[in-house]
Design a protein around this ligand. Structure first.
Ligand code: SAH
Length: 386
């Protein structure tokens, strides 16, 4: 076992000054209120306020959540005279696609969205033979400052609203439903909060989004909570709060190092909540929800990919019991200007083998979309926009 001395490692500050953690958004403006921001009861109230009968709320919900449309021309069961005004009040345009990039024969689609205030975010749709996954953004930019992540370099512009997130999801449901993604009409099965942003730093909007995602149609999109993954840098109090919500979403913790020295560089929030505190909160999530937690570990060449770190990780996870966790190593996706690269194949194999040797289920995350800068950690909408 060789433990490299800190001086021999490539460090984040070598070529660029690390950017600071940023807890508060730069921009405070709020997008217009949208039907998808509201609870079922609020939708009724809002329709009545607009001078319509209460049952119109259900009709609008059916158009939006069952047929994925907000276009008044498609709402022929509403009175022709008030249809357009009603739809415009309830469904203000919140997100506008300005660039679409495809890979894998059109089964991977990255969309750049412009928001009402010209903030920009991206989402990525990935269709596999057996399932379809959407990766959504929860914030414009991100304040968590992880040095290997493209979004982390942007800083935080602002939180997205519930409807701004749900609109990304509706667009995916719609494209799949209309047969626009090769493979025939389909439903969206999986949703991961792994686009731009730290979801647990936008807690209220994320919880409301999840509630609507899992509500049966037409009140929501009828997704299964277990197929929704919330990925976090390890905001410990929010992880504990999430456990108590009674919605068994899958929790993923971006660990990336099992030791505080290195993790504080790779995931700067570690200076506030340590490796042990983050792993304890992950175990607590499992205790309360019964959902097996994922540990994400971007494998960065000569940085965090040492055998001894795999052993230390295995030990720390096993110290908290068996069968509650699995590890998802992610080959580092290159980001512009980064000095880091993915680990060599043999090193990756060894890392995985060691974890499995400790009895930890371990599966390498695929890097679908990396050729269109649409893989984990590559979303950098501000820079993409010309
Ligand atoms: N803020 C959330 C979501 C981030 S994206 C979080 O940190 O968990 C989802 C995963 O991609 C995180 O584990 C993140 O650390 C990882 N990631 C970021 N940049 C990456 C890169 N360049 N290569 C591989 N994974 C990366």
């Amino acid at each position: 076992m060789s433990v490299p001395s800190p001086a021999s490692q490539v460090r984040p500050g070598d070529e660029t000054t690390p950017i600071p953690l940023q807890m508060a958004p730069r921009r405070r403006g709020k997008p217009p209120r949208h039907f998808a921001d509201l609870t079922a009861a609020e939708r009724v109230a809002s329709v009545v306020e607009a001078g319509e009968k209460p049952f119109r709320a259900k009709q609008l919900a059916t158009h939006y959540f069952t047929h994925f449309t907000s276009d008044p021309a498609e709402m022929t069961d509403l009175p022709a005279a008030s249809r357009t005004a009603l739809a415009e009040t309830m469904f203000p345009q919140l997100i506008r696609p300005t660039k679409v990039m495809e890979a894998d024969g059109g089964t991977t689609v990255k969309t750049l969205w412009h928001l009402f205030d010209d903030a920009k975010v991206e989402s990525v749709l990935m269709r596999y033979p057996q399932r379809t996954t959407l990766c959504v953004s929860s914030q414009a930019g991100c304040g968590m400052a992880c040095p290997f992540c493209a979004t982390g370099q942007l800083g935080l512009t602002r939180n997205l609203s519930t409807a701004e997130i749900l609109e990304q999801v509706r667009a995916a449901f719609r494209a799949l439903d209309r047969g626009e993604i090769p493979g025939g009409p389909a439903r969206l099965n999986n949703l991961v909060f792994m686009g731009m942003g730290e979801p647990l730093a936008n807690y209220k909007a994320i919880i409301e989004t999840v509630r609507t995602l899992v509500a049966p149609q037409p009140d929501g999109l009828g997704m299964s909570a277990r197929n929704i993954t919330v990925s976090t840098v390890g905001l410990v109090p929010a992880m504990r709060k999430l456990a108590d919500e009674g919605i068994p979403v899958t929790l993923a913790l971006s660990l990336h190092a099992p030791d505080d020295d290195l993790r504080s560089e790779l995931v700067p929030i570690n200076t506030r909540w340590s490796v042990d505190e983050a792993i304890d909160a992950a175990r607590h999530y499992y205790d309360v929800t019964g959902r097996r937690v994922s540990i994400e570990y971007a494998l960065i060449k000569d940085m965090n990919d040492h055998g001894w770190r795999a052993d230390l990780l295995g030990k720390k996870l096993n110290a908290r019991g068996r069968g509650w966790v699995h590890v998802n190593p992610i080959p580092l996706n290159p980001t512009p200007g980064s000095i880091w690269t993915a680990s060599d194949r043999e090193v990756e194999d060894e890392f995985v083998a060691r974890l499995r040797g400790h009895g930890i289920p371990t599966t390498i995350r695929d890097t679908r979309g990396s050729d269109i800068d649409g893989a984990c950690g590559q979303l950098a909408a501000e820079e993409d926009d010309e």
